[in-house]
Design a protein around this ligand. Structure first.
Ligand code: GLA
Length: 727
């Protein structure tokens, strides 16, 4: 394992635990990709890759008529000269031309993972990671491109990011800088993406590749509910256990695009990075631009292994802070209980009944500040509404603390209501186009976080509140997409930098606050899961997954989210029935079992639920608290496919394979039904296990190869097994 360099033939082999990624420099100095896939020892140069010219190929070297790059596998495709495929870099130079020719200059190999200034990034010490930087140059235009590859040796994770340096005297306009990508021979793959909308985020969607481009993107200013910055290219026989997967996840929270292009000679090319639409970056002489990091993994054992690669990696090398591996407390949030209608006493009452049941954190949601009794007003005025909350936050936090609970608070820091003191004072702080009225969404505008003064205001106003009382949890919300993207402080040639500068501003604000308040548990949120991405996870270890709390809808959302993100990042609450989003009635037990998929909590008024439900809630809390390590950090196995229409099942297995929890949820029952057998994955085949504390000992091989005969379950009923190895 490690990065192996054959200097003589200029070949680079990035050898992961079970994978190999190989490329080389050819005689003309072009960087050609040789292989990505299951680990191999060695491969001759150009074993499969070919630079043979075809009809209509551009011939870059006059004397070599059989040499062309338009169907070769390239490490960094560029535009305008010798390849018609989708480029990783597009730029316009001083004379108005757009053609780039990159040739190899040098490499550098360092131990450890360097940070990416101002951007979220994975991290790893000198024992854990090796980083290879390849420098390519366009000698004529004097730009330098640094292609960075970081290999994490204990895993099959490879990360890529791209930097561009302007060594010329003139300014350059960057029209696209993709973070990385992959060229593959053949197109016999499916593209798997996580797509949807508000309330139905990250459903698994697959499609076959055809000649041309197939892509996902967001141009909404956030990574979005609609498409997650993730693509997997899979073999067509893909299942949880079998098949080949190449996966890509961008560490970025703003506009992105991921494109897969099959060309006329069956070359598949994937690129991923900041969306080129509405992007144009002026790079002055001597400046550099760094594109966000792309996290790639390869699995030859299906989607399950791919997900587990990401989960371990994000838990070990992305998520930071005191909560990284710690217990994430069970919380109660008042949003679906009260919406905007509460006062000091009603909140203390909710907290008090929740604390009696063993819930650890009370979170006060929207409506505590300014004059906010509905969503039409006050965003930006981060001052407590003392008419509503007599005694202010201090008294309220005290009241919650008196019940032995921690206190948490909701903010929506990036937003401003038209009806707010802040807007009356600073209308110029809003993203807006000169002479045009900005568009409202939920009666609010987006603050211009590309401005330093706006970011400083957010840091100061939040810091003042956070320091003023005992706040131990923050829910950081963001409830609209960007329109009218224009910043007053940028010149007219730099306006297409605004969206990226906003995200850089946001990251600075988040970094400052999480550094200054290291003991607060921050949870990301964007109208539910509108910004569920690795960029946010770098600052906030967990994210509110969806505003849709219906247990059955959540199965699709949580399974889809777990394709990339670990359960410890996925927040799930038990809410009331009929469910507020879809009107469905499900048993409380099912709602609890489904919410135990990730970080557990409630949006229920415990004082109002029937007595028998109190027993069930108590059982859920004590079960979760007893098994939190397994439920939050155990290895996840999805035991049914995302499109199974009968049941949905998953298990969480401890790292030492001595314990597991298996959850099964019935979808719609069928008359005169068949037996359903569930094979439990991830156990040790040589160990003997006890099921649900029962008396019968069963081999791990039986549980995984023969399976369990499931009990009869009615519509939306669930069952949870606790499996423990015999000592
Ligand atoms: C968003 C969040 C909800 C809630 C409301 C409050 O929709 O996702 O959980 O906080 O805002 O306005």
């Amino acid at each position: 394992m490690g990065i192996l360099i054959d200097k003589e033939v200029q070949m680079f082999h990035l050898k992961g635990k079970e994978s190999s990624y190989i490329f080389h420099v050819d005689n003309h100095g072009h960087l050609l990709h040789d292989y990505y896939g299951k680990g191999i020892k060695k491969i001759p140069k150009n074993w499969l890759n070919s630079t043979v010219s075809r009809q209509w190929s551009p011939i870059p070297y006059e004397k070599e008529l059989d040499y062309a790059l338009d169907s070769a596998l390239l490490e960094c495709p560029v535009t305008g000269h010798d390849d018609f495929g989708i480029p990783m870099i597009e730029a316009q130079f001083n004379q108005g031309d757009r053609s780039i020719v990159l040739t190899y200059e040098d490499y550098e190999l360092v131990h450890g993972k360097p940070s990416l200034t101002g951007l979220p990034h994975s991290y790893g010490g000198i024992e854990e990671a090796q980083t290879l930087s390849i420098t390519m140059v366009d000698k004529l235009r004097k730009i330098r491109v640094e292609l960075n590859y970081c290999l994490f040796e204990d895993s099959d994770i490879l990360t890529r990011w791209t930097k561009i340096f302007n060594d010329s005297e003139n300014e350059i306009f960057l029209d696209s800088v993709q973070s990385g990508g992959l060229d593959l021979k053949g197109s016999n793959y499916e593209m798997l993406q996580l797509s949807g909308a508000w309330g139905r985020e990250r459903h698994v969607v697959t499609r076959e590749l055809v000649q041309g481009q197939q892509s996902i993107d967001s141009n909404r200013g956030a990574s979005s509910h609609e498409h997650n910055p993730f693509i997997a290219l899979t073999s067509k026989d893909i299942t949880e256990e079998h098949g080949e997967v190449f996966a890509f996840n961008l560490v970025y929270s703003g506009n992105f695009s991921g494109t897969v292009e099959v060309n006329e000679h069956d070359r598949t090319r994937l690129t991923m990075g900041i969306s080129p639409r509405d992007f144009r970056w002026k790079l002055r002489s001597g400046e550099e631009f760094c594109a966000p990091e792309l996290i790639m993994t390869y699995s030859s054992k299906g989607l399950g292994l791919m997900s587990r690669n990401y989960h371990d990696f994000y838990n070990n090398h992305l998520i930071r802070g005191v909560y990284k591996k710690a217990y994430r407390p069970i919380l109660i949030n008042n949003w679906e209980v009260t919406y905007f209608d509460f006062d000091h006493q009603s909140i203390v009452d909710i907290a008090s009944s929740a604390s009696d049941l063993g819930i650890g954190v009370f979170v006060l949601d929207d409506g505590w500040f300014g004059k906010r009794d509905d969503d039409t007003t006050s965003l930006g005025d981060w001052v407590v509404n003392e008419e509503k909350l007599q005694g202010g936050l201090k008294a309220l936090a005290g009241g919650v603390l008196d019940h032995g609970m921690k206190f948490g608070l909701w903010f929506e820091p990036e937003m401003i209501s038209r009806d707010s003191d802040l807007y009356r004072k600073h209308p110029e702080w809003v993203l807006r186009i000169p002479d045009r009225d900005p568009v409202e969404v939920r009666y609010q505008f987006t603050l211009d976080l590309s401005r330093e003064d706006v970011c400083d205001y957010i840091i100061k106003s939040l810091s003042d509140i956070l320091a003023s009382s005992s706040i131990e949890y923050v829910k950081w919300d963001m409830n609209r997409y960007m329109t009218d993207v224009y910043s007053r402080l940028l010149d007219k040639h730099s306006q297409m930098e605004t969206a990226h500068r906003y995200i850089l501003g946001l990251y600075r604000v988040m970094e400052t606050l999480v550094t200054n308040f290291p003991n607060i548990l921050f949870e990301g949120c964007a109208g539910g899961g509108g910004r569920f991405d690795p960029g946010i996870l770098y600052y906030m270890p967990q994210i509110w997954t969806s505003d849709n709390t219906d247990a059955i809808e959540r199965l699709k959302i949580q399974f889809g989210t777990s394709i990339v993100y670990p359960p410890s990042a996925i927040s799930c609450h038990v809410s009331d029935v009929p469910n507020h989003q879809v009107g469905r009635v499900t048993p409380l037990k099912t709602r609890g079992d489904v919410a135990m998929f990730g970080n557990f909590g409630y949006e229920l008024d415990m004082a109002k639920i029937p007595k028998e439900d109190i027993f069930e809630v108590k059982r859920q809390i004590s079960f979760y608290n007893k098994h939190w390590k397994l439920l939050q950090y155990g290895t996840l196995y999805r035991l049914t496919s995302w499109d199974n229409r009968k049941i949905v099942a998953w298990s969480k297995v401890s790292k030492d394979k001595k314990e597991a929890i298996v959850t099964v949820v019935k979808l719609l029952a069928m008359p005169n039904s068949h037996d359903i057998i569930l094979k439990i994955k991830g156990l040790d085949p040589d160990s003997i296990y006890m099921l649900d504390g029962g008396l019968e000992a069963i081999g791990g091989d039986v549980l995984s190869e023969v399976g369990l005969l499931l009990p009869h379950l009615d519509d939306f009923e669930s069952h949870q097994y606790y499996i423990k190895c015999e000592d």
